[in-house]
Design a protein around this ligand. Structure first.
Ligand code: PMP
Length: 394
């Protein structure tokens, strides 16, 4: 009954993660999947989340359907939290709860494929490994623009050249404002402002992918880059994930927020987003959205969450500087790791290096060389640094 099925390669990241799962050596260091871990290597449920769940369990009265847009309180609270009226000058803002950040990207891409003339999206290289598959699945044509030079450092002039001279008005551009996955090498404030201005001058449609809010420079500074775009663009899309900053990965909670200067446009887009969601999955699950909505609405819980998030952010900062110090002692200049933001950095390792690390040291790194810094802690960091330093002698 089916056409012949072509073989497809499994995601290389998931493959290495699976190898790591199967490794029983107690000294194993798993730096694969992008999940935050505390100093004990655990990804616990946040205290703020536990309290919100307790409240939900006690007060929930029905499991009846939600609207296609998801949990109302979630949509209201997340919009006010991310884009407060005083800080952005959008004419109207529309929010729809999405099935994680991936779902938000997917909704935006599907809408833009239906309603843009060029049907073209610019995706920077390197990018999160799912960016291209998500954009292509919607039917958009993906074009790439390099954000790194041959040494892997961000290349601002080259990036700007493409925006100014190659992208056409009406093209879409997918940008990560901060905590760049996979490099951690974010644009400076000045670079970001220039990129935002150039995108607007070239009349591109920005999709801003924010999956690590609060884990970079802090809650305010991470999102102010979004405010700049939403206050200037005719229309802009914010794809927001609550997976990392609320540690709600498997609950699949995110939001797609649309706004911009052109009066009435976001409002006109809204029913189309709802129609796409309705046909795809009808409505998002309620649990994750209800948790986030309740935390943000409750002053005391919101404060607990902000402290928990700050702990994660601080720990990532400390790992960055300690790891860079270890490497400096071994004669490697990893200042960009210390200066970077978020959970990731890229290490220039060959396939041979990666196999050696895996076999000899039980250290798991995907083939891209991207490491999840949260997988490092006081108990394994020096061993990891030592194993890296031995690679030259291999
Ligand atoms: N964008 C980026 C840059 C990400 O790193 C991720 C998660 N790894 C996502 C989007 C998707 O997040 P979610 O798990 O909420 O779908």
């Amino acid at each position: 009954p089916l056409k012949s099925l072509p073989a497809i390669l499994p995601d290389p990241l998931l493959q290495v993660a699976q190898l790591a799962r199967l490794d029983r050596r107690p000294e194993k260091i798993d730096l694969t999947i992008g999940v935050y871990r505390d100093q004990h290597g655990q990804t616990p449920v946040l205290e703020s989340v536990k309290s919100a769940e307790k409240h939900l369990l006690e007060t929930e009265r029905t499991k009846s359907y939600l609207s296609t847009d998801g949990v109302e309180q979630f949509c209201e609270e997340i919009t006010g939290f991310l884009l407060p009226r005083g800080e952005v000058t959008c004419s109207d803002i529309v929010t729809i709860q999405a099935v994680g950040g991936t779902g938000a990207l997917s909704l935006a891409a599907e809408f833009l494929c239906r309603f843009t003339k060029n049907r073209t999206v610019w995706v920077p290289v390197p990018a999160w490994s799912n960016h291209v598959p998500v954009m292509e699945r919607s039917g958009l044509t993906v074009r790439r623009l390099g954000r790194s030079d041959s040494l892997g450092r961000r290349d601002f002039p080259a990036f700007m050249r493409v925006i100014r001279h190659q992208a056409r008005p009406g093209d879409i551009i997918l940008l990560q404002p901060g905590c760049h996955n996979p490099t951690g090498d974010d644009w400076t404030d000045e670079e970001w402002s220039a990129i935002a201005d150039a995108c607007i001058a070239s009349r591109l449609i920005p999709i801003l992918d924010v999956a690590y809010h609060g884990l970079g420079r802090g809650l305010h500074d991470d999102i102010s880059r979004v405010h700049r775009v939403f206050s200037q663009a005719e229309i802009a899309f914010l794809s927001y994930s609550c997976s990392k900053n609320f540690s709600l990965y498997r609950e699949r909670v995110g939001a797609l927020i649309v706004g911009g200067l052109k009066r009435g446009l976001a409002m006109a887009i809204h029913p189309h987003l709802s129609a796409i969601a309705r046909a795809a999955y009808s409505m998002p699950p309620s649990h994750g959205g209800s948790i986030v909505g309740h935390i943000l609405a409750n002053e005391a819980l919101r404060r607990i969450w902000i402290d928990e998030l700050a702990d994660m952010q601080n720990r990532l900062g400390k790992i960055r500087s300690t790891f860079a110090c270890h490497q400096a002692l071994a004669g490697r200049d990893l200042r960009h790791v210390a200066d970077g933001h978020g959970m990731f950095t890229l290490l220039p390792l060959s396939e041979q290096n990666l196999i050696h690390l895996r076999k000899k040291h039980a250290i798991y790194i995907p083939s891209s060389g991207r490491i999840n810094l949260a997988g490092l802690n006081a108990g394994n960091l020096s061993r990891f640094a030592y194993a890296l330093s031995q690679l030259n002698n291999q």
